[in-house]
Design a binder for this molecule. Structure first.
Ligand code: MG
Length: 324
């Protein structure tokens, strides 16, 4: 993880880049990008036009979506604090909407599943990772233990479209809500075939990163998994959700392994999603931020200005300093 701080008018905005290996970004690549972003931001005198600012940051280089997200989150935080308003209010997201996050059950043996289901007691929605030879056994085991709502994330793990359809029909009978990325993303024809026949929504995760990908997957998937680290942050995530809705697509708002900094930022937009998968801070060892809280599986948005997260004193001191 790399944390970003942007100062302006005596106020600090905070952001975070989380770096899952599949996005290809590293600690070094993020720092390199941030020093370019710093030079660019020094030329702007106020952060009011967040859209123009994030577009300028995006134009610095291709890729680098997590580094871009960290700048976007820090700018949103700074802007919210300058206005003394929480970001969910600025984006006109209704904080009164009940927001239940999913709790992830990784691929595991029977004993592991039993343990995880017990840990997930207060969560109303389960996300079950599939893509192994024992997928049906996993679901049968979970169904013996609980009748909670669940969805599955296959992470491109099934190879054959007929196998995928059989399994999805079986899952639908077991009241599965939807399936995320059942087949490899480079097989759009097979996925379109599956989506057409599936009684439950088929969501793209690996197959969709940015708003520009939406057009390509229209008619192939019935929904998308939006993550700040894939789509360069809150500004584009918001735009993406608006456009996906226009296309009639379902929206899952997800996260990587993230602290309460990035997850609080994502949570500001959670009222726009159909389902929420923001259990990042529950799965990391050390959280350097105080932010949104979870109570009985529900995300509790606070009314703090900005992204709704503040750093702990334990946040490591900066490696590079710059003002804007
Ligand atoms: Mg996924």
């Amino acid at each position: 993880m790399v944390f970003t701080r942007i100062d302006g008018n005596g106020i600090s905005g905070y952001g975070e880049a989380s770096l899952p290996p599949y996005l290809g970004e590293t600690h070094d690549s993020v720092l390199k990008f941030l020093s370019k972003a710093q030079k660019l931001l020094e030329r702007f005198s106020n952060p009011e036009d967040l859209g123009a600012l994030t577009e300028a940051v995006d134009a610095i280089d291709t890729g680098n979506t997590a580094a871009k997200a960290s700048v976007d989150i820090a700018l949103n935080d700074l802007y919210g604090k300058m206005l003394n308003r929480p970001c969910h209010e600025i984006y006109r997201a209704d904080p009164a909407k009940p927001l239940y996050t999913a709790y992830t059950l990784p691929i595991d043996d029977e004993e592991g599943i039993r343990k995880r289901v017990a840990e997930a007691q207060e969560y109303k929605l389960l996300k079950v990772k599939l893509g192994s030879a024992s997928d049906k056994k996993t679901i049968e085991k979970i169904r013996q233990l609980t009748d909670k709502d669940f969805f599955v994330d296959v992470n491109e793990g099934w190879a054959d479209k007929h196998f995928a359809l059989d399994t999805i029909l079986w899952l639908a009978d077991h009241k599965c809500l939807f399936a995320e990325q059942p087949l490899p993303k480079d097989r759009p024809d097979d996925i379109a075939w599956l989506t057409e026949r599936s009684p439950i929504p088929i969501l793209a995760d690996e197959a969709v990163q940015r708003i520009s990908d939406l057009e390509k997957i229209q008619g192939i998937y019935s929904g998308i998994n939006v993550k700040l680290m894939k789509c360069t942050g809150m500004h584009e995530a918001n735009q993406m959700m608006i456009r996906a809705k226009k296309y009639g697509m379902k929206i899952l708002l997800g996260c990587m392994s993230e602290s309460s900094c990035a997850v609080s930022a994502a949570a500001q937009l959670a009222p726009f999603a159909d389902w929420i998968d923001l259990d990042g801070p529950l799965l990391i060892k050390e959280d350097f931020f105080d932010g949104v809280k979870f109570s009985e599986g529900k995300i509790i948005l606070n009314d703090w200005p900005g992204i709704g997260a503040v750093p702990h004193p334990s946040l490591p001191s900066p490696v590079g300093e710059g003002k804007r």
